[in-house]
Ligand binder design. Structure first.
Ligand SMILES: [Zn+2]
Ligand SMILES: [Zn+2]
Length: 175
């Protein structure tokens, strides 16, 4: 099984003891231990999209220096209770899917899942893609709020998102 490494600038870590959630944007302990650059979360994805076990999937999560100086770390300290939070409890942000989630009213809808997959693989792998993600993190919630107030917009956006998801799925399994 070959594994592609994915880098996420936005991530969260959930303390297993007190359930406090540390976010990359606002908490400490998210800087490179070597050069103080912001830490990014990296995690692996098997090329066929499927892990053999959940444990294998989780073991691929760690923090790395965003400048690539070689520093990496698979734990952070909970800022509330001091417990060490291991990579098992790291999660990528799902913020990207605000608009899609608002339209489908379901975070686990197949189309939302596919768009998330696209963000984590294709978008986050290019410089322009990461710029877009950064833009979307700031503006996505506003757009989602707007859509929530105008239900007819949801009906218009849904087919577009479905179409996007279809194209992504096609690229994923060319046959
Ligand atoms: Zn560094
Ligand atoms: Zn804690």
């Amino acid at each position: 099984m070959s594994v592609t490494q994915i880098q996420m600038q936005e991530w969260k870590a959930i303390c297993p003891k007190c359930s406090h959630i540390q976010y990359s944007e606002k908490d400490n302990n998210t800087f490179c231990g070597n050069c103080n650059a912001p830490a990014i979360m990296t995690y692996g994805k098997p090329s066929n999209g499927r892990w053999t076990s959940d444990e294998a999937r989780r073991s691929w999560r760690q923090l790395q220096c965003s400048k690539g100086c070689g520093w990496d770390c698979n734990s952070v300290k909970c800022s509330k209770c001091g417990t060490t939070i291991k990579g098992d409890y790291f999660q990528g942000s799902t913020k990207w899917c605000f608009v899609a989630t608002a339209c489908f009213e379901d975070e686990d809808h197949p189309t939302v899942e596919t768009l998330r997959y696209f963000r984590d693989t294709t978008l986050s792998a290019s410089h322009l893609g990461r710029k877009f993600i950064a833009f979307y993190y700031v503006n996505g919630p506003k757009i989602a709020n707007f859509v929530n107030r105008l239900p007819f917009l949801k009906q218009m956006i849904k087919p577009i998102l479905n179409l996007m998801a279809k194209q992504i799925e096609k690229k994923k399994n060319p046959s």
